[in-house]
Design a protein around this ligand. Structure first.
Ligand SMILES: [Zn+2]
Length: 134
């Protein structure tokens, strides 16, 4: 997948048909470890973080890892947090996910950053409908 391909002339004139824009935007996310009054048990120090851009998890060079258990708890939230949600939706307002280890005090704060633009044709082989009456 390529990021920010909105300006890719080949794509706009080729895969989606002349003049057809199949772009969509997703929020980039920052997922950061936040401490609470309970001690941390797992190997995820306060302040460590990674970003989610499209389907990619991007880690800083000085901390290129995350334990699989908290990651498994976090992954279901990423697609929802990447997409716009209603202002009253709890998915909009709630940003912290607890570590799944019941003895660990860590939380993972998911923050929406800027949006990145993606192309439908670059992210799936399923074609868009020819006539979209919506
Ligand atoms: Zn933990």
């Amino acid at each position: 997948m390529q990021l920010n391909i909105k300006d890719d002339a080949w794509y706009l004139s080729g895969a989606a048909g002349a003049g057809m824009d199949d772009n969509f935007e997703l929020f980039d996310l920052k997922v950061e470890v936040v401490a609470t009054d309970k001690p941390m048990v797992c190997d995820h120090p306060e302040g460590s973080y990674f970003r989610v851009v499209g389907e990619m998890l991007i880690f800083p060079k000085d901390r290129p890892r995350i334990a699989m258990y908290p990651l498994a708890a976090l992954i279901p939230f990423f697609p929802a947090k990447q997409r716009p949600t209603h202002p009253h939706d709890w998915m909009t307002t709630d940003a912290e996910i607890a570590c799944p280890d019941p003895h660990c005090g860590a939380r993972f704060r998911i923050t929406r950053l800027k949006t990145s633009t993606f192309s439908h044709a670059e992210t799936t082989l399923v074609p868009l409908p020819e006539h979209n009456d919506d």
